[in-house]
Design a protein around this ligand. Structure first.
Ligand code: SF4
Ligand code: SF4
Length: 312
């Protein structure tokens, strides 16, 4: 195929992002900067090596092979001058130095997916494109989704919703299921917490209803529409007001009556990744809504007429 793209991780045996057992392909690069993001290694499209200090035994093997003269403590002097050559990753006996994003050929990604195809067929699973933001590499996504669709795989997409819809329409139309985020109904608060306004995202959510599976080029083409799940990552202190949840659900029900919604509570598990790539972790203001609050918010969304989904 010859098309290359930036991949954070290819994670087999995932069960939370679509039906059955799935392989998640995390594609790097994202136009948003959500302050609660748990995958900061996916902000940029570039190769990236990180350092998990808590795994490190201080043996010095990484520093001994580094062509840039970077010391064991990458956070002290290393992230800017690192060229992601990977020499330290190979030398490290504890996997404390780790590749966090790599440039990969589409053929190699497809080969990796094929390795687990038996699990997909037995479980009704497949492949989910995630990120970062998969649509931020439209050519790579087009190549991968076309190859997998034509091979008969079930393919899903998780997206922040901020993309040029017509540019990625062919990829979107190959999906069985699209998860799209809706983070806040207030454009200024959306900008404050994610770096961009919500206008394009709201427009793209409404456009999802125009998608149809392609009829040509595949035995599985059938003219039906991808299923849609609009996801709200519920961030305590940001978007968990009853008014915002009700307004979000009302909007979704109005523009996409067939769509389901999923509300997922914020978690702070990304902290260790911020440490690994030397970025400050600035999420102290946020909290994880407890089960009772999530239950109440889901019932508020359901009261607007949407069906609540649960893939977690
Ligand atoms: S990836 Fe290469 S340049 Fe970066 S710290 Fe490791 S050995 Fe040095
Ligand atoms: S090679 Fe790995 S374990 Fe040894 S000092 Fe470097 S990061 Fe730590």
């Amino acid at each position: 195929m010859g098309v290359k793209g930036y991949i954070m991780q290819i994670q087999p045996f995932s069960v939370n992002d679509g039906e059955g057992i799935r392989t998640n392909i995390f594609m790097a690069g994202c136009p948003l900067r959500c302050r609660w993001c748990s995958n900061p290694e996916g902000f940029e499209q570039r190769e990236l090596v990180g350092w998990y200090e808590r795994r490190c035994i201080g043996c010095g093997a990484c520093a001994a092979v580094c062509p840039q003269g970077i010391s064991v403590d990458m956070n002290a002097d290393g992230h800017e001058s690192c060229i992601a050559c990977g020499a330290c990753v190979s030398a490290c006996p504890e996997e404390a130095r780790t590749r966090m994003a790599s440039l990969m050929d589409a053929d190699d990604v497809i080969k990796e997916v094929h390795r687990h195809r038996l699990f997909y067929s037995y479980s009704g699973g497949g492949v989910t494109f995630s990120g970062g933001e998969a649509t931020s590499q439209p050519e790579f996504l087009d190549c991968l989704s076309r190859e997998l669709y034509d091979s008969g795989y079930s393919i899903d997409l998780e997206s922040c919703g901020y993309f040029d819809f017509e540019r990625v329409r062919p990829s979107l139309e190959r999906m069985d299921l699209i998860f799209m985020d809706l983070k806040h109904m207030d454009p200024e608060l959306h900008r404050k917490y994610t770096g961009v306004s919500n206008e394009l995202i709201l427009e793209n959510i409404a456009r999802l209803g125009t998608l149809r599976h392609p009829d040509e080029g595949s035995d599985s083409g059938n003219g039906k529409s991808p299923e849609i799940v609009i996801r709200i990552p519920v961030i305590g202190g940001v978007n968990n007001s009853e008014e915002n949840i009700a307004a979000s659900a009302a909007y979704v029900h109005e523009v996409l009556p067939e769509a389901r919604m999923e509300l997922l509570p914020y978690h702070s598990l990304g902290r260790i990744k911020y440490e690994a790539i030397g970025l400050p972790f600035d999420q102290e203001d946020f909290y994880t809504p407890d089960k009772a609050e999530m239950k109440k918010l889901r019932s508020i969304a359901a009261a607007q007429g949407v069906v609540i989904a649960d893939y977690r």
